[in-house]
Write a protein that binds this ligand. Structure first.
Ligand SMILES: C[S@@+](CC[C@H](N)C(=O)[O-])C[C@H]1O[C@@H](n2cnc3c(N)ncnc32)[C@H](O)[C@@H]1O
Length: 208
């Protein structure tokens, strides 16, 4: 089962089951993206729309992209918002959905499935307007070193998804390579307990 098929299966339960990483990342994005209104936002890997409604309250127009038809259909069923345009696309191909320069691009819990980070940063850099922001919130690599990865329960047992480890410097160097400035790096812990391994890492990059 490839990643796309896995998310088509996971869509039915993704919102309902306990998922600390999903919930902590939701807090991270709301804290890291600075206040203010954005004209055009692009959300890559929008999934079932966990962050889409919030983004739609911050941006005049949101392009929300995912390659899983079932995840998208959950998002669409929940969110009938006039300023959100859901699109099915694989973000490892050229970003044809980025037709208007974006003031904000967000990516939550998706890059662990992407082998070639550099391509994503290249496309994001090209899609951003000058001054535009690129938010990334991902499972922290420290958790990945300990064996954590995207997984879900099925009738036939736990299904693990194909994942790639990206070190902190992989993100920052890829951004730098494509002309994006790192504005903030933050780490997010279970119950805010900084004595534990951080669960989520967030980055805010800017196109100067
Ligand atoms: C863990 S879910 C995260 C969903 C949502 N951003 C959230 O935080 O709840 C990862 C999402 O990325 C999508 N995804 C993974 N690889 C993708 C790709 N190459 N192109 C588009 N979407 C992709 C999956 O279909 C899935 O909906």
């Amino acid at each position: 089962m490839n990643v796309q098929q896995a998310y088509n299966s996971w869509a039915a339960t993704y919102d309902a089951v306990l998922n600390k990483t999903r919930d902590i990342e939701a807090l991270a994005i709301r804290s890291v993206v600075p206040p203010g209104a954005f004209a055009e936002a692009i959300e890559i890997g929008c999934g079932t729309g966990k962050n889409t409604e919030w983004l739609a309250s911050r941006a005049a127009h949101v392009t929300a992209v995912d390659f899983s038809v079932e995840m998208l259909s959950k998002a669409k069923a929940k969110l009938a918002l006039p300023n959100v345009d859901f699109q099915q696309a694989d973000i490892t191909n050229a970003w044809a959905f980025a037709s208007t320069p974006a003031n904000l691009i967000t990516c939550s819990l998706m890059l662990e499935h992407i082998e070639n980070l550099d391509f994503v940063f290249q496309q994001a850099s090209e899609a951003l307007a000058v001054g535009g922001l690129f938010y990334v919130g991902e499972l922290h690599p420290f958790k990945q070193y300990q064996g954590s990865k995207a997984r879900f329960d099925t009738a036939h047992g736990v299904r693990e998804l194909e994942c790639y480890v990206h070190h902190i410097s992989d993100y920052t160097e890829s951004a730098r390579h494509h002309g994006l400035r790192c504005v903030a790096v933050q780490e997010w812990f279970d119950d805010g307990d900084r004595a534990t391994t951080p669960r989520v890492v967030s980055f805010l990059f800017q196109k100067p």
